[in-house]
Design a protein around this ligand. Structure first.
Ligand code: FAD
Length: 494
């Protein structure tokens, strides 16, 4: 007999609800715990998962396997080519291992829920108990209701309810116990599982050697990294986060999203630690940096609650149905220019090049480039949403969809449609000295002073032109008017 924990986007042993429960069960029954992870190339494909992210996951699984092996717990990782076969394959393994109890943490996306439902049915038929628990979020979806008993669709009152709920139920921040040591016999009984290596990335998601080496260096994998980075951030930077977070040239945010997305760090752990660091012992008072950071982490929960309550956001539909009839452009050349960071708008280009190089982009820049794609270029925001997923190492459906909906004004609690970022003003405000632009756009390194924000408008353009920097692909003032008209037209139809 055995107990199984199915790892998904919870790739850690620390503070992992389902893993902890699985371990307790195994201990109580005096049977071994087996862990498994399925690499599903078709799911990666269907969800536009970036090669950088797949690589991070696989590198993390190596770390996880080592940590679990120290406790005599096998981690079995295998690839199942046909995603429809995943539940059947898993059941076959459960039977082979004599597993009577299976545990996992819930993922809220539609495909994942359907896969789980299939597996639950199969387990029931074979008398195997299946337990799925909330872990990915601090407060489980469905817990918070507005005065009218409805799901909130506005962040600020939702945040108030989120904070109140945590203060009234402080135990939800408690850490789960780490898994216990397996009986020593597990080593021999499941020797083949210990010996199975972590599979390589599927061919269409494999990184070439150069970016792989670079990203490995930039993004060390595994939960120990996540915990260490959290510790450093709280010690050194969190205090000034509120004022410093919006400047992309400064390294003032936590850069932890990759860990939250892969589950190498629990959002709960981060909120608990930040809360403990705050001497006011309130989530909404005391150190302004910590309060602000916790409220940013809350956005992550908010978007997951939205996804769980309105699953149609997974189906390429805008959250606000009245925005479904906007006429978007599909100019592939313009889109390509945006993707490559060759729009002639320095702040946009710097940000896109950061994304293409690091598989990451600063939050302020994500808003700038998203607004630029949807409102200046009038390209369908879903093109941008998809490109982000294909590139980001921290790609997360709910946060990405939420961020795009916010910027394109089609999402939950969005920017009003008539609020259109002026890329030049954003650039001058948040990258005043132009350090971020010069770092990512080498053609502009020799452009001095304010001209760096707009070399062909504010400057003579000579230096930029000689270095091969493109002229702006559109005129912002004209685009602004066009966007206002197009949104109004769409809303009139919707
Ligand atoms: P910090 O500023 O240190 O914040 C701490 C944590 O809070 C983050 O790691 C993240 O988990 C959460 N957080 C912060 N801001 C947001 C936000 N606006 N929405 C949701 N969670 C937030 N985040 C992702 O994790 N994956 C994505 O795919 C993603 N796509 C985005 C797309 C767009 C268009 C926009 C505007 C935002 C997107 N974000 C996404 C949110 C945000 O940009 C990143 O989480 C943040 O930049 C990560 O850097 P950090 O860890 O240093 O954040």
């Amino acid at each position: 007999e055995a107990v199984v924990h199915w790892f998904k986007r919870d790739l850690r042993t620390t503070d992992n609800r389902a893993l902890s429960l699985a371990s307790e069960k195994a201990k109580k029954k005096g049977v071994p715990l087996i862990c498994m992870f399925i690499v599903s190339p078709q799911d990666y494909q269907a969800h536009f998962t970036s090669p950088a992210r797949v690589d991070f996951e696989l590198r993390t699984l190596e770390v996880l396997k080592e940590d679990l092996t120290e406790k005599d717990i096998p981690l079995y990782v295998t690839t199942v080519e046909d995603r429809k076969e995943v539940p059947g394959y898993m059941l076959q393994k459960f039977e082979e291992w004599g597993a009577k109890h299976v545990y996992c943490n819930i993922e809220y996306e539609v495909d994942e829920l359907r896969r789980e439902a299939k597996l639950v049915r199969k387990c029931l038929e074979k008398d195997i108990s299946f337990t799925a628990v909330h872990d990915d979020v601090v407060v489980p979806p469905g817990t918070l209701k507005s005065g009218a008993g409805k799901q909130y669709s506005v962040y600020t009152p939702w945040l108030k309810a989120w904070i109140k709920h945590i203060h009234e139920h402080p135990h939800i921040l408690d850490a789960s116990a780490p898994p216990s040591q397996n009986p020593p016999t597990a080593r021999t009984t499941f020797a083949d599982l210990f010996a199975t290596p972590i599979p390589p990335a599927p061919p269409n998601k494999a990184l070439p050697q150069e970016p792989r080496d670079r990203l490995t260096h930039l993004w060390p994998a595994g939960e120990h990294e996540g915990l260490a980075r959290l510790h450093r951030f709280l010690l050194e930077k969190a205090g000034k986060y509120k004022d410093a977070r919006n400047f992309p040239a400064a390294n003032n945010t936590a850069i932890l999203s990759v860990h939250f997305s892969a589950g190498t760090l629990a959002a709960r752990t981060a909120v608990r630690r930040a809360h403990e660091t705050n001497t006011a012992h309130r989530l909404d008072a005391g150190n302004p940096g910590l309060v602000c950071w916790i409220s940013e982490l809350a956005w992550r929960d908010f978007y997951k609650h939205v996804l769980a309550h309105w699953p149609y956001v997974c189906m390429f539909k805008p959250f606000k149905y009245e925005y479904a009839d906007i006429t978007w452009e599909y100019d592939t050349q313009l889109f390509q220019r945006w993707c490559e960071g060759k729009t002639g708008f320095p702040i946009v280009d710097a940000a896109m090049r950061q994304l293409n190089s690091m598989a990451y982009m600063h939050n302020r820049c994500r808003m700038i480039v998203a607004s630029f794609l949807a409102k200046d270029l009038l390209l369908d925001w879903r093109l941008g949403e998809r490109y982000f997923m294909e590139r980001l190492i921290d790609g997360d459906f709910a946060s990405n969809n939420g961020g795009w909906g916010f910027s394109a004004s089609t999402g939950v609690d969005p920017q009003p449609y008539f609020r259109i970022f002026n890329p030049l003003l954003q650039s001058e405000k948040f990258d005043e000295g132009g350090e971020y632009i010069r770092k990512w756009v080498p053609e502009l390194q020799g452009v001095g002073g304010k001209a760096v924000h707009d070399p062909y408008g504010r400057g003579t353009g000579g230096e930029a032109e000689r270095a091969g920097y493109p002229k702006p692909v559109v005129v912002h003032k004209f685009c602004r008017e066009r966007a206002l008209e197009r949104y109004k037209e769409g809303l009139g139809r919707g």
